[in-house]
Design a protein around this ligand. Sequence first.
Ligand SMILES: [Zn+2]
Length: 273
Amino acid sequence: MKKLINDYMSLTYRKIDADFLAKLPANIKSDIESYNNRMLGKPFPSGEKVIVTYCTYCPYCKKATMGGFPDEREPTFCMFCGETDTYIKVTRSLSKAKDLLILSNNTIIDVNLKRILHEQIIIIIATSMEIFLRDIYATLLNIRYIKSNLSLYERFYRDSKNDFATFGKAKKELQNELNINFNTFLSDDEIDNLNILSLKRNVIVHNAGIIDNPYISQSGQKDLAIGRQLPIIESEINLYIDAIEKLSNGLFDILKKEHEDELIKKFEIILVK
Ligand SMILES: [Zn+2]
């Protein structure tokens, strides 16, 4: 996983640090700075002292506030709606898949159990990619087109369910609605691989892992036979994980930048008006 902007994965919680203060317009900078100075060192309910402060703005429910913590932990979910930050969801799922892949290589695992683990890994990574893409789609629409005091995230997320079940459609939606081109982050081969991943997940979930007609026609893998077990090998799983990491890093950078701009605007509304 590459180093993120400010090495910081959470969207909801923006740490008040020198980098953030430097981005703030003059009309709110002194307010946020003085809040930061007042909070630091204050006793937390646990008796420890606050050592880090945040401006929080949830990309899902759009509630905003400020707060502090007694340690450098990175808060991962919104305290109002409970949604976990989108990038954290996808990285946790990929990390679970990597652990299962290591487990599948253990010599005590027999061939049937290995197959089950490989199928589960395909389901986990394909689902995490689908959810991440829907999250990006719904949160960016919510930022770009909906006022900062309103949220249509749930509506955008719910309405996109059918389109995001296949990778090709998700890619088209993000291109058409948000002008995001996956070729910016991925090669054609990597895009093809993610398409195959999404089709394989559908075969495992909907057809017990047995190759069917739709899989052959949509994947273009004409050499496979209907009715046979869908092939899954370890090297392809690694390719899928690498491609999802590249795509999620690229998309998260876009979302993070736009969300931070929006967070600053939101605090201008809260603190100035
Ligand atoms: Zn929230």
